[in-house]
Ligand binder design. Sequence first.
Ligand code: FAD
Length: 412
Amino acid sequence: MRMTGDSPLWTKNIEEGTTYPPLSQDIKTDIVIVGGGTTGALTAHYFMKQGLNCVLVEKNQIAHQSTAASTAILQYEIDLGLNRLMSMVGEQNAQQAFLFGYQAVMEMSQIVKEINSNCDFTFKPCFLYTQDPRKVDYMADECKSRQAIGIHCELFTSETHQNEFSFNFEVGVYSHYGAAIINPVQFTRDLIDYNVKKGLQVFENTNIVDYNLSSRQSVLITEQEFTITADKVIICTGYDALEWFKHEKPFYTLSRSFAVLTKPVENFHGWKEACIIRDDQDPYTYIRPTLSNSIIIGGEDLEIDDLDGEVANMGDRHPLALQQYHQLLRRVRRMFPQIENIKTDCWFHGLFVDTKDGLPFIGKHPDYPGAYFNLGYGSNGMLYSLIGAKLISQDVAGKNPKELEIFKFNRY
Ligand SMILES: Cc1cc2nc3c(=O)[nH]c(=O)nc-3n(C[C@H](O)[C@H](O)[C@H](O)COP(=O)(O)OP(=O)(O)OC[C@H]3O[C@@H](n4cnc5c(N)ncnc54)[C@H](O)[C@@H]3O)c2cc1C
């Protein structure tokens, strides 16, 4: 299956960062983290804070896979919405998951400050809207449920707030806090560089091909036949980790998601506070600005049900991909007629893994008790990575965080 297609925007517009050598000898460590995307970087950060010896291995280059294809919206809200999530996982778990996301955005901003990252992290309001008049009550209830747990949001209706946006909407939840935008590749590189200065060992072009897992001490074997002996193994291999669960009935869905970056625009007229926007369609469309006044619009997901099929293996400039990009571009032009000359800078697509309840898988899998998994599947992948890094490092420290229950494997 192909992870990404065309030129992921974050590696296209950025200078090459620090490079790290491949592993060339057998080593021992407290913690080994497999995977050098945002998840691996955040996981390493939380373990380094505990003063443990950590090794991070990446089979290719740091931050070049899914991390580079992300539209990089950090948003507390989970796709299902709070009320639907409550009906699925219970009131307490759903509220906790939303609050975790809310806090994770704040925590991300603190990490950015701590490591002095140049990753354009910027807080933004966010707007979830519908054009369906039948959903007015649903949105009003959703807004109330969020306010009840302390989220600072308000209900916008076409009567009260239509002049804030140039596109039509019936009703929506406008959240003043709990969302942000970021450059994920810059952030991941900066976070790794910061921790390397504190003793983190990083090896690129180091593919782990075999795992002898045990809850006491595990041995990982690289393609070049070197070994890493570690007390704890944390798998942060993103969508590649699905390999581990091939023997199971899939507990996730696969799709391909598309995104377009525009050239800088002159203004954001008809777009309140250039906030993050998402509609309630299935699949939904989401829109965010960049700090250089471009627009990123994403969505038009295509489901993947055949791993050998066209969508699963779609290359660059595939006619179907071009069709999705043009659809996105037409949509953004229609929504913002007052913004002139919306032109494409680049487009890209990437594999996207989602779960039934929109929550990630964090913790141990019953079939592999010798490893932890930090798998931020779902649209809040980056925030989930942070939540996973925090909970797993707490668990290793013997704190047994009960919240791991919310994100456990086999929960549905
Ligand atoms: C189009 C698109 C838009 C998205 N938009 C958003 C968004 O707006 N907000 C958001 O939060 N999330 C979004 N996501 C999801 C987000 O990109 C991911 O959740 C996040 O990047 C996952 O990071 P990761 O580190 O887990 O995975 P990756 O970046 O894929 O990193 C995993 C790494 O593991 C390495 N690896 C795999 N196997 C091995 C091995 N055997 N040995 C060594 N290394 C190995 C891989 O090479 C890879 O670099 C989006 C995804 C897509 C595709």
